[in-house]
Design a protein around this ligand. Structure first.
Ligand code: SER
Length: 313
C-alpha cells in the first residue's frame, strides 16, 4: 500500500507515521511537511508547502497513492494571531489536496476536523453529532467549512474521504503547537523543567480531551471501516475524557507530588468557553465500533513517564 502523510512533523503526523509503519508491514510511506524535523535515512521525506498547488498535484500524480492523510493546519490560538494565513493554509491547502486526490484516483483520504467547529450556540454538554454550529475562531470556521467540503467532494466526485472531530489531543513527542487545549500538554513540559505551571485557562474550563494513542487508533479504525458502514460524510464526533485544569492538576499532583499550579487566563479562555465540555460520540461507536482506552489516570501516568524520558531539565 502506498500512503502519503502530509503534515508529518506535527503532533499527530509524527505519531501517525510510526503507527502506519507498525500497522501495515508492506507500507510505502511518503512523509511531507514544510521541513524535516526528524532527519532519518529510512524515511522518505518530501518538503511540501500545501499552498503550492502545482507541487501538491505533481507529488500526488507521481506517487500513485492508495491513501492520503492530510493533517497540515494552523491550530486555534495561533490562527487567531494570523487569521488570513490560517484560512489560506487550512482551506486552500485542503482544496489543493482534494483536487489532486480526485484528479489522480487516490482511493482514500483522511482529513481531521475538531471540536473547534462547534461554537457558543452549540449544546455544551454531551454535544450531539448534528446540531447548531457557530465557530468563533478562524480555525473553527475553516474546520466547519472543510467538513462541508469533504461531504461535497464525496457526493460530487465519489471521493472516499473520512474525518474525525478530534478533541484536545495530549501527547509528549512534539512540543505544544498553538492550540487552546495545549495547556494540557504544556503543563507536563513545564513541570519537567521547573515543577511550576501557570495555566492560561481557568480552573473550571472543562474540555473534551484524548490521549494520542486513542486518536491514532480512532483514525486507523475509521480508515479501515467498510465504506457502507459510514453514515457521516462530514466528520464524526469523537469523545474520550473531559476534564478541567483543576482536575488534571489534581491528578498530576497525586502522581508527581511537589508541583505548584497557578492560573492566569488569557485570550484563549474565550476560545475554550465557546467549545463543548463533553462530546456525544454514539454514531462513531455504532458505525465503526469506536471506544477509547485511556482514562485520566492512565493519560497522566503515560505523560509523566513520557516527558521525563525527554530529559528537558
Ligand atoms: N486542539 C485544537 C486546538 O486547541 C482543537 O482542535 O486548537
Amino acid at each position: 500500500m502506498k500512503i502519503l502523510l502530509i503534515g508529518s512533523e506535527g503532533q499527530l503526523g509524527s505519531e501517525l507515521s510510526r503507527a502506519l509503519r507498525n500497522r501495515y508491514q508492506h507500507v510505502e510511506l511518503t512523509e511531507a511537511d514544510l521541513s524535516n524535523k526528524q532527519p532519518n535515512k529510512d524515511r522518505h521525506f518530501v518538503a511540501l508547502d500545501v499552498l503550492d498547488r502545482k507541487s501538491v498535484l505533481s507529488l500526488i500524480e507521481e506517487g500513485q497513492y492508495d491513501q492520503v492523510y492530510h493533517l497540515a493546519a494552523i491550530l486555534s490560538a495561533r490562527g487567531e494571531a494570523h487569521p488570513r494565513q490560517a484560512w489560506d493554509i487550512n482551506m486552500n491547502g485542503l482544496f489543493n489536496v482534494l483536487d489532486a486526490c480526485v484528479a489522480h484516483g487516490v482511493k482514500q483520504v483522511y482529513w481531521p476536523s475538531s471540536i473547534a467547529a462547534f461554537g457558543p450556540g452549540t449544546p455544551r454538554i454531551d454535544t450531539p453529532q448534528s446540531c447548531f454550529m457557530d465557530p468563533v475562531t478562524v480555525y473553527g470556521i475553516s474546520k466547519l467549512s472543510g467538513e462541508l467540503c469533504c461531504q461535497y467532494y464525496h457526493q460530487r466526485f465519489g471521493l472516499d474521504i473520512r474525518s474525525l472531530r478530534y478533541p484536545g489531543i495530549i501527547s509528549y513527542a512534539t512540543p505544544p503547537g498553538g492550540g487552546t487545549t495545549d495547556y494540557a500538554v504544556e503543563v507536563f513540559y513545564e513541570l519537567a523543567k521547573s515543577r511550576q505551571y501557570t495555566s492560561f485557562l481557568g480552573p473550571e474550563s472543562r474540555l473534551p480531551m484524548m490521549y494520542i494513542d486513542d486518536a491514532i487508533k480512532a483514525t486507523l479504525d475509521l480508515m479501515e471501516a467498510p465504506a457502507e458502514k459510514l453514515s457521516i460524510h462530514t466528520s464524526y464526533n469523537l469523545g474520550a475524557i473531559s476534564f478541567t485544569p483543576a482536575e488534571l492538576f489534581e491528578e498530576i499532583g497525586q502522581q508527581w507530588p511537589g508541583a505548584r499550579f497557578d492560573y492566569a487566563p488569557d485570550h484563549r479562555q474565550a476560545i475554550a468557553d465557546s467549545w463543548p465540555a463533553s462530546i456525544n460520540d454514539e454514531q462513531a461507536r455504532k458505525d465503526w465500533g469506536w471506544s477509547p482506552d485511556y482514562d485520566l489516570k492512565k493519560l497522566v501516568s503515560t505523560m509523566i513517564e513520557g516527558v521525563k524520558s525527554l530529559q528537558l531539565s
